[in-house]
Design a protein around this ligand. Sequence first.
Ligand code: HEM
Length: 359
Amino acid sequence: MAKIREAGAATTAVDIGEMMNTFANDIISRAVSGKLFRVEGRNKLFRELVDNNSVLLGGFDLENYFPSLANSLGFLTRWFLRNRVHETHKRWDELLEKIIRDHERRKSMQGHDQESDFTDVLLSVQQEYGITRDHMKAILIDMFGAGTDTSSSVLEVAMAELMRKPWVMTKLQSEVRRHTPEGQETVEEENLASMAYLRAVVKETLRLHPPVPLLVPHLSMADCVVDGYTIPSGTRVIVNTWAISRDPELWEEPEEFMPERFMDGGSAAAIDFKGNDFEFVPFGAGRRICPGLNFGLATVEIMLANLVYCFDWQLPDGIEAKDIDLTEVFGLSVRPKEKLMLFPKPRGHHSMQITEAGH
Ligand code: HEM
């Protein structure tokens, strides 16, 4: 918020996607490595490595499209790829090893600060569950890989949709401002419970723009029949949640951004994303459902509430709401291709100016 305030004071535009990505990365860095997450620029290093992972996992592979090149060019591309994978793996390993060692050292010290983070929790159950060092590192990398781009992409597209539909923005702002105690500088977690429209906006964003549109690939373990189709054991199953949540047979005006559908009395009021309503599975369903569902939701809700509570937002001159392009970029998780640049105007700025001028 302080950074956005600075931008507001200097009347510079904020790159919302970039800002939200830094925020989501900082939250996970803090959960993983405690309050010293900025030490030695760790948060920045984490972010760089997460970006590397996304490129390596979800990147374009020439051989998939031109198999005939596999023999000639394939050798070269594989060599480059392997080097990059090794390099990224080494850097992750060094960073995580250091963090785990710091935590072990701190744990063994008498009278150390008792505040614990996720690494402390893993260390405390290591013996009980037979968790190896490699397991720990893999879990921590998973948290970054799965928890950063997803949350930040939801925040970015939510802001884009709100800018495209100013009446939805106004409605949300009025709810958030009404339910946050007078004089409070930021929205706190305990204020969120009564913000039903905020939850509806987040749901509608996840419906139209699920950040993991094909979930992650699954493999059927046994023969089964789904909706009359036989799926043999060992089949790679890909669930297109993007298409399901725009299906006109399931959703009223599916292409429209209408959070009201999720409010009491709305056509989708009874539908939730906890894995029980198969028309809406942005976090997946069943035993592989996203384990970070509550974490991701808390991250998105608190940030979105604060963005609309603390600021009024404007598009750059010459850009209109209808010009906002939500075309997405290719990858394991998706995000908008075009940057969303917005000017923050701190709330109350206008009335303060009037008062000052009045004196
Ligand atoms: C709004 C934010 C998020 C969305 C929309 C989201 C969505 C998803 C989806 C669709 C899957 C695949 C589920 C399946 O195929 O059944 C998944 C898996 C996963 N997510 Fe999330 N996620 C979010 C945030 C997070 C966060 C914050 C974390 C961790 C801190 C996280 C950790 C994971 C992990 C570890 C998996 C793999 C689980 C497995 O393979 O069993 N996610 N997520």
